[in-house]
Design a protein around this ligand. Structure first.
Ligand code: ASP
Length: 334
């Protein structure tokens, strides 16, 4: 009998060791992220920023703060870095502007907030949270969203704050290819402009679980290089780029039009809830569906038990996790 108890305890210990409980997962975008295109210095910079974002999320978890605050803190680290296509490092539109999108969803009560096409809000994730917590609306766009953010005391910057050489050069490169579209080795116009640029994508996202068991998901982006006519992608659309309920939280990155058409984030949650799929299977199936439709990208997802999924069908995805005990892991390649 004693032996059986001992065996049970040992097995239990081994199992709980094997099944880590994750409390936050982040992404910094999916795309052509290949070791051969990366310098060791740049690789280090990405890893450090991802770790910093996870450290922030963990700090809030440990202090018993809500997952909303953990997501906000992690995303702000990445928005303030020029490395990612969100906040400071946002890509340019066709007419040389930076138009930013962000969204957040709190799973417990399915409250949500989003902004799209903002050009002067330093941290769009904060504006999305303000829409969620301080307005009767879910989504605000353009000038109105900026006016609202200002009225709530959020930091407003001149639009030139978002100008970076690297993103400007990327736009020029795409425009040149577009002009020369009829030349023999021109890029395929059926593909979105981000395919044409040898650059790293970097929409950012975070899903976090707090000590009360509540899940929050958030996403922030500059969209896609050379986007036109007020184009808005999946990132600020609840159910497409971001979703959270009492069971799971999801944030996506990739070719936004496909994520919208696949209602990607909501579909992961639906598979989990209605089809009893585990989070890895649910997220993978949605990425496979997007792939079959002709799109690409990646998804991060976290369930109420601390299980995590990070599938993608691109060459790489900046991503990372932190466990209940503060163990941080970051990855970039396949
Ligand atoms: N999903 C974003 C968009 O379509 C872009 C990205 O994640 O790279 O706006």
């Amino acid at each position: 009998m004693k032996k059986a108890v001992l065996l049970f305890l040992v097995l239990n210990g081994v199992l709980s060791f094997a099944q880590k409980k994750y409390v936050a997962v982040i992404h910094g975008g999916a795309g052509t992220i290949l070791k051969k295109n990366m310098t060791p210095e740049l690789e280090e910079q990405y890893k450090e920023k991802l770790k910093e974002a996870l450290t922030q999320a963990y700090k809030h978890y440990k202090n018993g703060k809500s997952s909303i605050e953990a997501v906000e803190a992690a995303i702000m680290v990445m928005e303030d870095s020029p490395l990612f296509n969100a906040g400071k490092g946002a890509v340019f539109t066709n007419n040389g502007r930076n138009e930013l999108d962000a969204s957040i969803m709190f799973g417990k009560n399915k409250n949500a907030g989003a902004v799209a096409g903002v050009t002067t809000v330093k941290n769009p994730i904060k504006a999305a949270i303000a829409v969620m917590q301080q307005s009767e609306h879910v989504m605000m766009v353009g000038k109105g969203a900026e006016q609202f953010a200002k009225s709530k005391g959020l930091e407003i910057v001149p639009s030139s704050y978002f100008w970076t050489q690297q993103r400007w050069d990327a736009l020029q490169k795409v425009k040149k290819k577009e002009l020369n579209a009829n030349e023999p080795n021109a890029m395929n116009l059926n593909y979105p402009s981000y395919y044409w640029v040898d650059q790293k994508f970097g929409t950012v996202g975070c899903v976090a679980l707090d000590k009360d068991g509540n899940i929050t998901a958030g996403t922030s982006t500059g969209g896609m290089t050379n986007k036109k006519y007020g184009r808005v992608g999946d990132s600020p659309i609840i159910g497409a780029g971001t979703y959270a309920d009492a069971n799971v939280g999801i944030s996506g990155t990739g070719w936004g039009e496909f994520f919208i058409r696949a209602t990607a984030a909501r579909t992961v949650a639906a598979k989990y809830e209605y089809h009893n799929k585990d989070i890895k299977t649910a997220a993978q199936e949605v990425i496979d569906e997007i792939g079959a439709m002709g799109g690409d990208g990646g998804i991060i997802a976290l369930d109420k038990n601390g299980n995590v999924a990070m599938p993608f069908n691109t060459e790489g995805m900046y991503r990372g996790t932190v466990t209940e005990s503060g163990e941080i892991e970051v990855q970039m390649y396949r």
